[in-house]
Design a protein. Structure first.
Length: 248
């Protein structure tokens, strides 16, 4: 029997269609075969872990880039302001030095009129029939003989800044202590003299060291010796008077 193909190419197409690979069918077969839930969970965990690692890597890269930019900007700011900071420290050091000098000068200036005040107070408190033979200073220690000040502390290692210098030592400068030697013909006058001196805002610690009867020009008089010290008066006691000088 002879067969004639009236549809050319239909046989080839049928053969090629039958020889092709059906991927969907294979995938469906694989899914149908994989029925173990532990295997499915393991595969899903691997996929999730990969995505998490990738996301963290991208996040870390962004953070590193941001920190690098911030560090570069901070370095540039530090370089730009370092000169300003150094200049400010120099100005502050000069200011502190000037303040110390002003305080030291003021402390000495406050003691310029110690003896005029003392002489005025002694003269004002002197009762009748009493006279002074000598007034001498008893403390001979001066500021130059005071022990040397300790060295300034070292710089702080945490912030690298040196601590501020100590204030000028005006406490160790001794106050004036003096001795009054005089004569009186009335012992009651000596008592009043001591009371008036003690009430003075410039004098303190008035003490009678000795008193004895002496003969001067055939008369008995009382020779006394008093010890006292100068005290800084209250600011309300000091009266400032302007001084005007005529220029010729």
């Amino acid at each position: 029997m002879i067969e004639i193909n009236l549809l050319p190419g239909s046989g080839k197409k049928a053969r090629s269609r039958g020889a092709g690979v059906d991927i969907a069918a294979m995938a469906a077969g694989v899914v149908a075969r994989v029925k173990d839930p532990l295997l499915i969970g393991a595969v899903a965990s691997v996929i999730v872990a990969g995505l998490a690692v990738g996301g963290m890597y991208v996040y870390q890269q962004r953070q590193t880039s941001s920190l690098d930019d911030a560090l570069q900007k901070a370095t540039q700011d530090s370089i730009a302001y370092s000169a300003v900071i150094i200049e400010r420290r120099k100005v502050e050091a000069q200011r502190d030095s000037v303040m110390r000098q002003v305080k030291l000068i003021r402390s000495f200036d406050d003691k310029r009129f110690v003896w005029p005040h003392l002489m005025d107070e002694v003269s004002r408190a002197l009762p009748p029939y009493t006279w002074i033979t000598s007034i001498v200073q008893t403390n001979t220690v001066t500021a130059a003989q005071q022990p040397a000040a300790p060295p300034p502390p070292a710089a702080d290692k945490k912030n690298g800044k040196a601590p501020p210098p100590p204030p000028p030592d005006t406490v160790n400068i001794p106050l004036v202590q003096f001795r009054i030697v005089g004569n009186t013909v009335d012992i009651q006058a000596l008592t009043r003299f001591m009371k008036v001196l003690e009430a003075s805002p410039f004098i303190q610690n008035v003490q009678l060291v000795r008193s004895q009867i002496v003969i001067i020009e055939g008369k008995e008089i009382t020779e006394f010796q008093l010890d006292a010290s100068y005290q800084p008066p209250d600011s309300s006691v000091i009266k400032l008077v302007p001084v005007s000088l005529s220029v010729r």
